[in-house]
Design a protein around this ligand. Structure first.
Ligand code: KG4
Ligand code: ZN
Length: 382
């Protein structure tokens, strides 16, 4: 039996301060996520300056709690893993500086992890934890979050994992579209969970969003094959504008204003509060918006999966928490005979367990960061 390796993961790329302990990439020992939603809620989106300030406040107690929950001391961990990027510059800096300081003081190895690779390993961690360690390759991963809508072909090599990017968003990420539509309709921040809930009460066929709106011509294919780039790239800024146009054409300003006012007296509005403050037209618009985004995500991912002869599909990132996305993927991937794996909802959105899990193969390969490691807000994967 190899010796168990306990890695402390630290994640601070956006608006969650998170720390977790994962044993040997396959067992979640503790998982602490401090969400800043309450801070950013009034602004309808993440305010970078406030995010860094909140990370500074939270990082020490969050890491301490992750160790306490795991019954571990600082000295008894084997390595520290930290998100290097992509993300908000100031936010990344807080987690990375703290992790570096901790690694230096404790004389433990430091491992730099790409946040997007982390999302992929959230699925792999839970599959291993459930005893499914035999993945069928090729693997295609859709990472769909507030900042990213990316498709990666993932391979496991002797020395670790490698990734090839075969599709990405040309403009807004899918989660960003959920957040912007929610902001436009006065549904608070983040938009995904509330839209997910409200969509279940509307008619998804009420408003037709022509598919052309979310297709996008690749004007700058660079080194990539232009036809491929069109088929497997995403674009969600068009549908956001289409929702705005719909709101204008159908004179929905008064109903939006009414919702804003009725929410003012509620300190933490719930999805039920938003439901009570939404008329049929609004609910139908929300359901139709979600259906269009989900259809597009599922269709493009399955097109790529078939084209590349994929044996397993992973769907991960904040938007992977969406109920309709999960059920549509399950139904349509089953028709193609492709198993589709999701993280639990808890590990779909940002967390540090995924960072500690992604670091384990690097620990085994002794890929440690040097003392001059710096964060990279635009870090790419593959
Ligand atoms: O992965 P994540 O926590 O942070 C990033 O790396 O961006 O993803 C956050 C995004 C937000 O845009 C949020 O609205 C979206 O995930 N999200 C959802 C749901 N839960 C979170 N989108 C749709 N349906 C959900 N249930
Ligand atoms: Zn994320």
């Amino acid at each position: 039996m190899p010796q168990p390796i306990d890695i402390l993961g630290i994640e601070s790329s956006c608006d969650e301060t998170a720390a977790a302990i994962v044993r040997s990439g396959e067992e979640l020992i503790s998982n602490v996520v401090y969400s800043q939603i309450a801070t950013h809620h009034p602004y309808g989106g993440v305010v970078p300056e406030l995010a860094s300030r909140e990370h500074l406040r939270a990082i020490v107690p969050v890491v301490r709690k992750a160790l306490e929950d795991a019954g571990k001391t600082y000295e008894s961990i084997d390595a520290i893993a930290v998100t290097q990027g992509p993300g908000l510059a100031g936010s990344l800096l807080v987690g990375l500086s703290y992790a570096k300081g901790l690694a230096f003081a404790l004389e433990k190895p430091l491992i730099a992890v790409n946040h997007l690779e982390g999302h992929i390993h959230a699925v792999l961690l839970e599959e291993r934890q459930n005893g499914n360690s035999d993945l069928q390759f090729p693997v295609l991963a859709l990472v769909v979050s507030g900042g990213h809508t990316h498709l990666y072909l993932a391979e496991r090599q002797e020395s670790g994992w490698t990734y090839r990017n075969i599709g990405h968003t040309r403009d807004d990420a899918a989660g960003e579209a959920f957040d912007k539509v929610a902001k436009l309709l006065e549904l608070g921040y983040p938009g995904g969970p509330v839209i997910d809930f409200l969509a279940q009460h509307g008619n998804p066929s009420a408003v037709k969003f022509p598919f052309a709106l979310i297709k996008h011509r690749d004007r700058n294919p660079q080194n990539r094959h232009a036809a491929d780039a069109r088929r497997t790239d995403f674009s969600y800024s068009g549908i956001k504008t289409a929702v705005l146009r719909y709101v204008e054409v159908h004179d929905m300003a008064a109903s939006i204003q009414k919702r804003r006012e009725s929410m003012r007296s509620i300190s933490k509005p719930t999805s039920q509060n938003y439901l009570a403050a939404s008329d049929r037209q609004t609910l139908d618009l929300i359901a139709s918006f979600q259906r269009a985004v989900v259809d597009d995500l599922v269709s493009k991912t399955l097109t790529a999966a078939i084209e590349y002869g994929v044996a397993t599909l992973l769907v991960t990132g904040g938007v992977a928490a969406n109920s309709e996305l999960r059920s549509t993927f399950e139904a349509r991937a089953a028709k193609e005979g492709i198993p589709v794996l999701f993280p639990s909802r808890q590990l779909s959105t940002d967390n540090a367990a995924m960072i500690a899990a992604a670091a384990y193969p690097r620990f085994l390969a002794r890929e440690f960061a040097s003392a001059d490691l710096s964060s990279d807000p635009a870090l790419r994967l593959g």
